[in-house]
Design a protein around this ligand. Sequence first.
Ligand code: NAD
Ligand code: DAU
Length: 350
Amino acid sequence: MQTILVTGGCGFIGSNFVRLALQQLPACRLVNLDKLTYAGNPTNLTDIAADPRYRFVKGDIGDADLVAALFAEESFDTVVHFAAESHVDRSILGPAEFIQTNIVGTFILLEAARAAWASRSDVRFLHVSTDEVYGSLGATGFFTETTPFDPRSPYSASKAASDHLVSAYHHTYGLPTLITNCSNNYGPYHFPEKLIPLIIHNALKGKELPVYGDGTNVRDWLYVGDHCAAILRVLQQGRVGETYNVGGNNEKQNLEVVHTICDLLDAKVGLLPDGAGRRSLIRFVKDRPGHDRRYAIDAGKIRQELGWEPSLTFEQGIEQTIAWYLTHGDWVEAIVSGAYRDYYEKQYGK
Ligand code: NAD
Ligand code: DAU
């Protein structure tokens, strides 16, 4: 039986991964260690919370005693490390938490795994990272696994540092590590501070749609379920010590994404009360400082070595995502109104 420690399993990608792992790995035990920051939402996992194979632990990956105690108690053979501060804009306003969780927290986990696993080779430590470590592309070209790191924001610098630490633990101590660097995800349970869920929410409410700069920055979008499937594939078949880039081959300018969402919502729920289409809500606002121009992933290595490919195009994925948000208005409202905080405090204390 596989015993998996998932960190950050109450966040966007982590919660999608926990659900998929419990479906795909019937014989696993899965422990979710999550601090429940503003971005961690245990209601993302209400449907599986009572599964006897699942345990939730509220705690900080930076708490070395807690992490060591969990390793001793549960004898993990697998770590899938999602926990992080993940929002670029927040890292610009206040980088300290990013350094603490993304760098120091990853170091604490690596130390715990090294101590518990000694020289075992039948174990895996998978670090979930981002394409932002590679910096910003011009109009052409793609990030490959050998593109030099060139992070530009405190967030991406902290993720680059954690990637380097993971890699160092493999080379120095022989820890059986894997790293995935993925492009922008979207889909169910995406926290509504990020572009796609923010635009869906505001467009439904008839609120302004903030587009940074001129809206021509490019992101390479991947449906979250496809990212989670890639992580499972790398865990099961990836070569130890390797990095795998994961991407959807779905490059879009931000304005194109916003237009698509507006048009789909106009068609699905009707025009705004004044008869205007939702594109009329778009406002070009001050640009993000140091805004990376373009990201685009070459996912050739994971496709050729492990046979992974995204199952959805952007057009299919965004339809599914909008359908999910239309049927989960209460989930978004609880976050936007702050009501999810009351739920936490009742369930888990402050
Ligand atoms: P998220 O912000 O939605 O979730 C992060 C989770 O980590 C939350 O549940 C939060 O409570 C938890 N957490 C934060 N600090 C913690 C700590 N100190 N101890 C324990 N738990 C803590 O993030 P996400 O978008 O799901 O991203 C997950 C991971 O994937 C991150 O490492 C991120 O860098 C990476 N990633 C994200 C994307 C993307 O598009 N969202 C793309 C590539 C890689
Ligand atoms: O590339 C992977 C990364 O994708 C992950 O590592 C990060 O954790 C994740 O947050 C995401 O980072 P981005 O900065 O690309 O995502 P965000 O949704 O914040 O922004 C997407 C693009 O949209 C970006 O060019 C900035 C722009 N934007 C964003 C917001 C929130 C706007 O124009 N308006 C907005 O209100």
